[in-house]
Design a protein around this ligand. Structure first.
Ligand SMILES: NC(=O)c1ccc[n+]([C@@H]2O[C@H](COP(=O)([O-])OP(=O)(O)OC[C@H]3O[C@@H](n4cnc5c(N)ncnc54)[C@H](O)[C@@H]3O)[C@@H](O)[C@H]2O)c1
Length: 276
């Protein structure tokens, strides 16, 4: 298969597990040097080790994307190791569900922090390495290298979802940020798109009863969805099943690849056909 990302450098946040890990593997298969970022060191190291043992290139930066110092840290480590940045995938995230009338300010704000504020800060920190470099290339009469940003949204942000007032608000917000970046950075050849996933089989969508939790800033948050709802959701999906992380990664690669060179400011729904 033709390598779609040869000689490109990509940062993927939340690449220790799930969709981000699958995207890291696929990007590396397609020739990208991948900066694997995650809150959890063990899973991040596993992703990078698997990429290296398959002959690819990867480095790990462990940290919390909501830490205000983290964006500068990951940018400087990326530039020190690989000298440039072509692709930023804002994928790190989680859910902290609850019905609106019982939701705390903290629970609401946590979703804005991880799904909106962190991507905003990461894009701003990427500006010297993407926008400014592209501007200089253009001024020198060169064709800018391929550069793009992909923000991960959700059908909850497009359609709303019971129990997810916080997550839906944030996943909707990232679409506005995407469209703005596409307008501001388009003149420099930098594309920015969002992908709204539906039901992808990761720990975010496994049975709540299995007890998967995430610990962020000392807070333990229950992940997953109630087991009894799974069958109902699957029945509503025209393709009749959840998507796999590899299929989700395929959509991210598509948007990052030269095949999408004239696509920007878009929100691609990847849902198996369930669009309500
Ligand atoms: N699974 C789905 O059905 C689905 C649907 C729509 C959108 N999404 C979105 O896709 C993205 C990936 O989710 P997933 O399903 O692969 O979940 P996942 O839990 O399998 O993977 C997410 C990774 O992000 C990391 N992470 C979370 N918070 C972080 C932080 N503050 N800093 C750094 N890393 C952090 C986690 O440690 C984890 O390794 C998320 O933004 C999620 O909201 C998922």
């Amino acid at each position: 298969m033709t390598k779609l990302l040869d000689n490109q450098v990509a940062i993927i946040t939340g690449a220790g597990r799930g969709i981000g890990a699958a995207a890291a593997h696929l990007f590396a298969e397609h020739g990208a040097k991948v900066v694997v970022c995650d809150l959890d060191a063990g899973p991040a190291e596993e992703t990078a080790a698997a990429i290296r043992s398959a002959g690819g290139e990867a480095m790990v930066v462990v940290g919390d994307v909501t830490d205000p110092a983290f964006p500068e840290e990951i940018m400087s480590k990326t530039i020190a190791a690989y000298g440039k940045l072509n692709i930023l995938v804002n994928n790190a995230g989680y859910t902290w569900d609850g019905m609106l009338h019982k939701m705390s300010d903290r629970q609401f704000q946590a979703m804005l922090d991880v799904h909106n504020l962190a991507p905003f800060r990461l894009i701003r920190a990427a500006a010297p390495h993407m926008r400014e470099v592209a501007k200089a290339e253009k001024a020198a009469g060169k064709t800018p290298e391929p550069r793009c940003i992909i923000n991960i949204s959700s059908t909850s942000g497009v359609n709303g979802n019971i129990g997810q007032a916080n997550y839906s608000t944030a996943k909707s917000g990232i679409i506005g940020l995407t469209k703005t970046v596409a307008k501001e950075w388009g003149p420099f050849g930098i594309r920015c798109n969002a992908i709204a996933f539906g039901y992808i089989d990761t720990r975010l969508t496994r049975d709540q009863e299995s007890g998967e939790k995430i610990v962020v800033a000392g807070e333990e948050v229950q992940l997953g969805i109630p087991g009894h709802m799974k069958g109902m959701i699957t029945m509503l999906i025209p393709l009749g099943r959840a998507g796999t992380p590899a299929e989700a990664a395929g959509a991210i690669l598509l948007m990052a690849s030269p095949l999408a060179s004239y696509i920007t400011g878009q929100m691609l729904m990847v849902t198996g056909g369930l669009n309500t």
